[in-house]
Design a protein around this ligand. Structure first.
Ligand SMILES: *[C@@H]1O[C@H](CO)[C@@H](O)[C@H](O)[C@H]1NC(C)=O
Ligand SMILES: *[C@@H]1O[C@H](CO)[C@@H](O)[C@H](O)[C@H]1NC(C)=O
Ligand SMILES: *[C@@H]1O[C@H](CO)[C@@H](O)[C@H](O)[C@H]1NC(C)=O
Ligand SMILES: *[C@@H]1O[C@H](CO)[C@@H](O)[C@H](O)[C@H]1NC(C)=O
Ligand SMILES: *[C@@H]1O[C@H](CO)[C@@H](O)[C@H](O)[C@H]1NC(C)=O
Length: 655
């Protein structure tokens, strides 16, 4: 570490003294990117110098679509780009999958970080990674081993461990004053591939070859460029998707999803376009997944060693099987919480055990909700108090930082006599599971709109967890008994005991060797191989939506219908005039639901339950689909109230 930081400080010093010499151009990296331990930085291997007119600018990268980075969402996640802008500039929908090797334009914001321009993203180390492999193979040359090492140089060890998260600075630059004066607004970081040469690239993007050479410090005498390096292409206007069509490429652009307009016909078109776009990528993804699997299978045979099915709702948290690492983590956490309790208390109240005793009438059976969860009253406010064993550090750490109305709020903690007590906000209507299985709902049932609202709530909570927590988290245990309903029947996700960070954000997967979950909700790749990604939650969410529509436990559904997908398909294909839809839907709904929307939700379910994780939609897409479903449901509800109960409506065609 010390030698490396010494080197980098020398580098910084040298560069400061040379700033004036390199104002006009960025040196081309050439083949220096392969020489990871060579401290020579005259070749821009640490990044392009911060010499522009502006310290920050909008610009573009290029990337060649390669599974698993072949969808709008996976590429934008990986390269810290905005999926909406990425879809727009490539003229595809946000759910599109790109053909393998397709040149994708990636709009980004590039800014100075100290000496260099860069865009920060991150990478979770997978088996077989080296700094060179990450820079050259995974990021295709958008970063270099030198830059990644430099920016992770405070790590105590140089060994890369699977699961470690690394900062990855992506190579980008902003135009210099001279370039700006010439009307050049963007320096696109183009990834050179085999057979490319400067004039060909310049022509493709309407750039001037002389200016491109100049921008990269190349001369006409020596214009050699190499694959897996970046070439800055000076552009006056943003690049366009028509410039990325390579002659032999034959893939038609993916269909563009349009938002639904009020007419039924266009609404349906939208549904099909979306479903088509989601389904269309399947094939490419399947191949990617097979490659991925053959790669991983070799090493991680040991992992499916235990299946713990968490049987009951709020039973005392089972201590997970622990390895040494987890135990020491938990120990450290205990120490940190007791050492620094005042600090924690800033956001989390630390209760005295006596306070809990008086809130729960000394944990009387009258206050028992279920298992080890008690109802407590603090100053007239209700709270749920859960007694836990084992490692609760993850749940506390996670809940302590999140704040979202669809995720249960942790308000305090208490540690007493070897047990943790977590104090949560109280959800009056209890677990969703009490409301959807007809047997135990005491004649009360949720109507269609309430069910859709619950789906939307859960999707929003999961989307927050997947995309807006740092690092991103996977809940891993979505099921109806872990969702609580408040007084307005709005859903809150609870029980974060199994939640863990997953860098699925960047399209990576992590692996686990203890499989924990509930039958029916567990995605096949997790059950079989312990793969963890946000797509696990998407699968479980699909199972949950199915329960909400059918009123049956998903475990039962899977048992009864070995061919659940056939059953969904027969609804979707409408082979029998709505018969199979009526059979599938919860009888408690008494056929009072908009059929077309029900079929749309079944389509969503079918997509969430896809065997291939990559073929499942992302949670943010589910939020979009379900928001539309929700607003259409409200319209339906309004008009069905006007027209008296259950009538078929104008504008909602029954299929
Ligand atoms: C930048 O532009 C100025 C004036 O046009 C010119 O004199 C100077 O040489 C340019 N700098 C470089 C390094 O090209
Ligand atoms: C530099 O910043 C100014 C103002 O912030 C902006 O108008 C201009 O477009 C920027 N130039 C580039 C090349 O991004
Ligand atoms: C960079 O990656 C490509 C394929 O991803 C590979 O063919 C090439 O050999 C790699 N270069 C180096 C120097 O490892
Ligand atoms: C990028 O990450 C580095 C640390 O690796 C940090 O110093 C820098 O401030 C970050 N830059 C931006 C723009 O976030
Ligand atoms: C390295 O530095 C970053 C930011 O300064 C910090 O978040 C990280 O924990 C450090 N890593 C180590 C191993 O010290």
């Amino acid at each position: 570490m010390s030698s490396l930081s010494l080197i980098s400080s020398i580098v910084i010093l040298t560069n400061f003294c040379c700033v004036s010499l390199i104002l006009a151009q960025q040196p081309y990296e050439g083949q220096a990117f392969t020489d990871c331990y060579n401290p020579d930085t005259s070749k821009s291997v640490l990044g392009y110098n911060c010499n522009g007119f502006n310290r920050s600018c909008q610009t573009y990268l290029t990337f060649r679509s390669q599974p698993p980075y072949n969808t709008v969402s996976s590429i934008s996640d990986m390269l810290a780009s905005d999926p909406f802008q990425l879809a727009e500039i490539n003229s595809v929908s946000e759910t599109a999958t790109f053909a393998t090797n397709k040149l994708v334009l990636v709009p980004i914001t590039c800014s100075c970080s100290g000496q260099y321009y860069q865009l920060n993203t991150s990478h979770t180390v997978v088996h077989g990674d080296t700094f060179l492999v990450i820079g050259n193979n995974t990021f295709q040359g958008l970063s270099t081993c030198q830059a990644i090492m430099d920016q992770n140089s405070n790590r105590t060890t140089k060994t890369l461990y699977t699961g470690t998260r690394l900062n990855v600075p992506l190579r980008c630059a902003c135009p210099t004053k001279n370039q700006t004066d010439l009307g050049i607004h963007y320096l696109m970081s183009y990834l050179v591939s085999r057979g490319d040469f400067v004039s060909k690239i310049s022509d493709t993007f309407d750039a001037d070859t002389g200016r491109t050479l100049e921008a990269n410090g190349l001369s006409e005498q020596d214009p050699n460029i190499y694959p897996f390096t970046t070439l800055l292409v000076p552009l006056k206007n943003p690049p366009s998707s028509s410039q990325t069509i390579e002659p032999p490429s034959s893939s038609p652009p993916s269909p563009v999803a349009h938002p639904p307009v009020s007419s039924t016909k266009s609404k349906k078109t939208w549904v099909y376009a979306v479903v088509g776009a989601i389904g269309g990528g399947g094939f490419v993804l399947v191949i990617g997944f097979i490659i991925f699997f053959t790669f991983f299978h070799r090493r991680d045979k040991k992992k499916t060693d235990s299946v713990i099915v968490s049987e009951s709702l709020d039973a005392v948290e089972k201590p997970l099987q622990k390895n040494g690492e987890e135990e020491s983590e938990s120990h450290e956490f205990l120490e940190s919480i007791s050492r620094d309790i005042a600090h924690m208390a800033l956001s989390l109240k630390v209760y005295k055990f006596e306070e809990l005793q008086s809130a729960t009438e000394n944990f009387s059976s009258g206050c028992l909700i279920k298992g080890s969860v008690y109802r407590g009253t603090f100053d007239g406010d209700l709270a749920a108090i859960k007694k836990m064993n084992g490692d609760v550090s993850k749940e506390i750490n996670l809940l302590n930082k999140i704040n979202h109305s669809n995720l249960i709020r942790l308000s305090g903690v208490c540690f007493h006599d070897g047990h943790w007590y977590l104090i949560y906000e109280y959800a009056v209507n209890g677990p969703l599971s009490n409301w959807i299985y007809s047997e135990n709902n005491d004649g009360k049932f949720l109507n269609w709109t309430q069910r859709v609202q619950i789906m939307l709530d859960v999707a929003s909570g999961l989307n927050y967890l997947h995309s807006f927590t740092t690092p991103p988290h996977v809940h891993k245990d979505i099921k109806s008994s872990n969702l609580l309903l408040d007084s307005d029947f709005r859903a809150k996700i609870a029980k974060f005991g199994l939640a863990r960070s997953a860098h699925a954000q960047n399209g990576h997967f992590s692996l686990t060797n203890h499989i924990v979950g509930t039958i029916g909700y567990m995605a096949p790749e997790y059950l079989e191989n312990g793969l963890i990604s946000a797509k696990l939650d998407v699968y479980a969410f699909g199972a949950l939506m199915l329960e909400l529509l059918t009123g049956k436990e998903v475990a039962v559904l899977f048992e009864q219908n070995v061919r659940l997908s056939d059953r969904l398909n027969s609804v979707l294909n409408n082979e029998d005039g709505g018969q199979s839809l009526r059979q599938l839907m919860d009888p408690a709904l008494q056929e009072s639901y908009p059929q077309e929307l029900a079929i749309f939700v079944i389509r969503l379910i079918d997509n969430c339950l896809k065997k291939t994780p990559g073929a499942r939609p992302a949670m943010y897409e589910m939020v979009q689909f379900l928001s539309r479903t929700m607003s259409n449901s409200l319209t339906w509800e309004l008009s069905s109230n006007i027209q008296d109960s259950g009538a078929v409506l104008d504008g909602i065609e029954t299929v």
